[in-house]
Design a protein around this ligand. Structure first.
Ligand code: ZN
Length: 130
């Protein structure tokens, strides 16, 4: 298993972790298999989406903000319920196929760590199954 350290810089942002996950596959000499990309946090998520137009990331974050406003009728005293809800909506893991030593992603796809309660120091785990 590999651990990827992430430092987020905003309350909400999507950070491209594709290169780090590809590096982890290389370090573990994975030629063919499945990678599970998983984050241990309850106010963050992992997703695969478009890497080409940064407006897509902006639109995803804005749509989540509209769907799950920061301030609403929440009870959780920590004040970050919106981030918890977004984490569950997006999900804390993705699976990615590895073939010929490379992550199999579409031309416009990247793996993103989604921060919903930053800035914070975060961790993503990657476990490959061959
Ligand atoms: Zn909380």
């Amino acid at each position: 298993m590999k651990e990827i350290a992430i430092q987020s810089r905003s309350r909400c942002e999507m950070i491209d972790i594709t290169a780090a996950v590809q590096k982890a596959a290389g370090e573990e000499n994975i030629l063919s298999g499945i990678g599970v990309v998983y984050t241990l946090h309850t106010t963050a998520a992992v997703t695969i989406n478009e890497n080409a137009d940064p407006d897509v990331r902006r639109d995803i974050l804005a749509a989540l903000e509209r769907a799950v406003p920061l301030v609403a009728d929440y009870r959780h005293a920590e004040g970050n319920s919106a981030a918890h809800v977004k984490s569950s909506l997006v999900g804390v893991s993705e699976m990615v196929i590895v073939e010929n030593g490379r992550l199999v992603l579409g031309t416009w796809q990247s793996l993103f760590f989604c921060e919903f309660d930053g800035p914070r120091s975060r961790k993503v785990l990657v476990k490959f199954i061959t």
